[in-house]
Design a protein around this ligand. Structure first.
Ligand code: NAD
Ligand code: ZN
Length: 268
């Protein structure tokens, strides 16, 4: 079912899928949302993949980002300071983005006790701005810095940059970089462990706005399904995981997730 179908058919098919999603969520013990760039599309932040994605429009990125950082961290910091960033369109959108009804719906589900955790691949800080509490950012957060050695994190704001690259004030041995995980950079161990734990506890996973092709995140839903859990996809487009899903909400997250929250409220 899609929001673009004629209103009559759409109404019924979508209504049914929303009801089924709410029923599954209410019947589950530990619901986890796995979130991708699509959730923030309605906040004006472009995705990488998908018809309107930055890579679709401008070509694939350089996958040697992290290698270059390791080779010459000072240069990376100088570029960051000078804002010489080839992802300028994304950076600009991120500066002004605010949470949309999809982020708020996830926050509401958590407040109702229905959603236990968010695993997000987004770096935009919009879950925090929406008021969600239990969040693991598998690809980091653009408003933070991180020590590559001990994984300590600090807000960008107020961090003293008197020498480049900065040394970690905690362990004093590691170099500090942006918390956002670069292409080619390993996922920070603490975040990965959280994701694995959450996926093991999870008996119902919401796949929201993710094309489900970036590993290790793409593996979590497969593990949940093989352990007997259920999957609910929220995405206007088909993904490689669609076939595994128990319920598919074929529409923008900002429109469909608030309808699921309404159903959950009505069923209380
Ligand atoms: P992706 O860009 O690969 O895929 C986006 C998915 O969202 C697609 O499947 C698309 O069909 C779907 N989508 C588009 N509009 C939607 C909507 N309104 N509602 C629901 N779904 C919608 O995203 P990805 O799988 O998350 O992987 C790209 C990686 O790039 C991420 O891991 C992330 O780290 C990074 N990224 C982050 C941001 C951000 O922080 N907002 C933005 C771009 C890229
Ligand atoms: Zn450190």
């Amino acid at each position: 079912m899609t929001l673009r179908e004629p209103p009559g058919e759409r109404g019924e098919a979508l209504e049914q899928a929303i009801e089924e999603a709410a029923r599954l969520i209410a019947a589950s013990r530990h619901v986890v949302a796995l979130v991708g760039a699509g959730l923030s599309a309605e906040s004006g932040v472009p995705t990488f993949r998908g018809p309107e994605g930055l890579w679709t429009k401008h070509g694939e990125p350089d996958l040697r980002d992290y290698e270059r950082f390791v080779e010459d961290p000072k240069r990376w910091w100088e570029m960051r300071r000078d804002r010489a960033n080839r992802l300028g369109e994304l950076v600009q959108a991120l500066e002004t983005a605010v949470p949309n009804p999809g982020h708020l719906a996830l926050r509401d589900m958590e407040e109702m006790g229905r959603l236990k955790h968010i695993i997000t691949q987004n770096i935009d800080n919009l879950h925090q701005l929406a008021g969600s509490q239990a969040i693991t950012e598998i690809h980091g957060n653009r408003t933070k810095l991180r020590c590559v050695l001990c994984n300590q994190r600090w807000p960008v704001e107020g961090f003293l940059l008197d020498e480049l690259p900065p040394k970690c004030p905690d362990c004093t041995a590691g170099i500090v970089k942006g918390d956002t995980v670069m292409f080619g950079e390993p996922i920070p161990r603490d975040a990965l462990d959280d994701c694995i734990n959450q996926s093991q506890m999870c008996d119902c996973m919401l796949l929201v706005g993710t094309s489900a092709v970036v590993y290790p995140a793409a593996q979590f839903p497969v593990d949940v399904k093989s352990a007997g859990g259920s999957l609910i996809e929220v995405n206007p487009n088909e993904t490689p995981l669609t076939g595994l899903c128990d319920v598919v909400l074929r529409g923008p997250a900002g429109e469909t997730l608030p309808l699921v929250v309404e159903k959950l409220r009505a069923a209380r």
